[in-house]
Ligand binder design. Structure first.
Ligand SMILES: [Fe+2]
Length: 511
């Protein structure tokens, strides 16, 4: 949206002035970043140049510049950023060309967020709960949803503003101590159309599940419509996709089937966190005409040394001894994976802490809790021992890449758990713990090249059981995913986890 368009919109919509003023405040804060940095220790020595990068360019670059595509269609879809909710175009030989944006106040991300609030999940990022719940419902509210969010002929989409409050300034939103918070975005008209909203904690009924299924279906309808319109005007069949909506792994898993795009790259941090590396990659390209290396592995975070882990275990030795916990150090990865896979087969719940932490919101075998996917009672086991999460949320499978076609109906790379795919019907009963109610699984494909030790563990388990798959959930109880070894030990001691693996050290509760 050009500056002139923004001014025109504000003149036509006096209710949005308040919103515009708050945006100006944010811009002012942004402008003072240099001042903030200069106040930090050593900040007065800072001799850096600053390059502002537009929100959606940062998203597009976070996908395209880390893919191995020379040419690609690029797409960013999210809530809002820099007064737009989506942008798309082509990237050719390193250069990103944006063809169109969807301007404020229309937004598929905001549509999904509003449905999430309506179903009684008030926290920022709760959309994944609606995505999980959708599989339990039937999309019987499609007409109502199409009244709320609808496609446009050129591929874009619009929201019917009768049903929303975000553009009026009546629903407050902002950032409180780093966490985005917002009041409900749905209007009274929305409630007349879909009935009373569910308050947080109220019973989840079939109506809520059907609304979730309908919203998911409408999101997919709009996304595939957009991608098919883009495809009609280009011969490129690679897709680089980012933005908060690119975290909708259920829709992502259907892109290849519903559009001409067969090669899809979605980065591990597809949401706003990923905008940081996107902005850096974009600026790097602008300055040097060099692209970054493809990102095939998300292990970019904090790494603990063996010495650090051993010292820490020494500090905890009294506590560990009191609880009858033993420690064993393995000399090589083969022995370690052999022992840990035996434990998993025995029914143990294993905290798996290896190397650098994952970049992005998903645990991908560096900070994971692992369990046997063949166990029908795995969900109860995990919820009883550690997680206590909603029963409708599925657990995810990590699978050796070369075995994907034997277990799933597609054969593709999904290194960052960004696609949900149908599990082969005849295989579903073999892996009940990772098979969602609709027969799908949010898989992570694991290769020896990009995730060596995790691959070895899954392979060891597969060689013994015939199932080259592990149930993988994030290493945490309810707090953020553990980063440092101390957080892993604390989580282990606080919960009933059976085994904790810290690099090559196995900490075991003997019960
Ligand atoms: Fe964004």
């Amino acid at each position: 949206m050009s500056k002139a368009d923004r001014i025109r919109y504000l003149l036509k919509t006096p209710s949005a002035w308040k919103l515009a003023l708050s945006k100006l405040r944010v811009q002012k804060q942004r402008a003072s970043i240099l001042e903030i940095l200069s106040r930090l220790p050593g900040g007065d020595q800072l001799r850096a140049e600053f390059y502002p990068v537009e929100h959606h360019i940062a998203h597009l670059a976070s996908a395209y510049h880390f893919s191995d595509f020379q040419d690609s269609v690029v797409l960013s879809v999210d809530g809002f950023g820099d007064f737009s909710s989506a942008a798309w175009g082509e990237a050719l030989n390193g250069e990103i060309h944006i063809q169109r944006k969807v301007p404020f106040p229309h937004s598929l991300g905001l549509f999904y967020e509003t449905v999430t609030q309506f179903i009684g999940f008030p926290h920022y990022g709760d959309e994944y709960k609606v995505m999980g719940l959708a599989s339990y419902g039937k999309p019987i509210y499609l007409n109502e949803m199409r009244e709320i969010a609808y496609t446009e002929n050129d591929g874009g989409y619009k929201l019917n503003m009768r049903y929303f409050l975000h553009q009026t300034g009546k629903a407050k939103y902002g950032i409180d101590k780093g966490i985005p918070r917002s009041e409900n975005f749905f209007s009274e008209e929305w409630t007349k159309l879909l009935g009373k909203h569910r308050a947080p904690g109220e019973e989840l009924t079939q109506r809520h599940k059907d609304i979730a299924a309908s919203a998911q279906a409408i999101y997919e309808e709009n996304l595939f419509h957009l991608l098919n319109k883009i495809a009609a005007n280009t011969s490129i069949r690679n897709l680089s996709f980012a933005g908060g909506c690119a975290m909708n792994s259920v829709a992502n898993g259907k892109i290849a089937e519903n559009t001409p795009f067969k090669s899809i790259y979605i980065p591990p941090a597809a949401g706003d966190a990923g905008g940081s590396v996107g902005a850096a990659a974009f600026t790097h390209w602008q300055k040097t005409k060099l692209r970054c290396k493809p990102m095939n592995n998300a292990s970019l975070g904090y790494q603990a040394t063996d010495i650090e882990i051993k010292e820490l275990l020494n500090q905890y030795s009294d506590k560990l001894e009191t609880q009858g916990i033993t420690i064993k150090i393995y000399e090589n990865e083969h022995q370690l994976c052999n022992a840990v896979s035996d434990e998993i087969i025995r029914g143990s719940v294993v905290g798996w802490y290896q190397g650098r932490m994952e970049w992005g919101p998903r645990a991908l075998g560096a900070r994971s809790i692992l369990c046997d996917p063949r166990r029908a009672d795995a969900k109860d086991l995990l919820n009883g021992k550690i997680k206590r999460r909603e029963s409708f949320r599925p657990f995810a499978p990590s699978i050796c890449r070369e075995n994907v076609h034997e277990w799933f109906e597609a054969d593709t790379d999904v290194p960052f758990m960004m696609q949900v795919l149908p599990i082969r019907e005849e295989k579903r009963t073999e892996v009940p713990a990772i098979t969602h109610v609709d027969g799908s699984g949010r898989l992570q494909t694991v290769t020896a090249q990009h995730n060596s030790i995790y691959y070895k563990l899954i392979r060891a388990f597969g060689d013994k059981t015939g199932v080259p798959i592990l149930l993988n959930t994030s290493f945490n109880e309810n707090e953020p995913i553990v980063c440092k070894p101390q957080e892993a030990i604390e989580c282990f001691l606080r919960t009933n986890m059976d085994v904790l693996v810290l690099n090559n050290i196995v900490v075991q509760r003997n019960t």
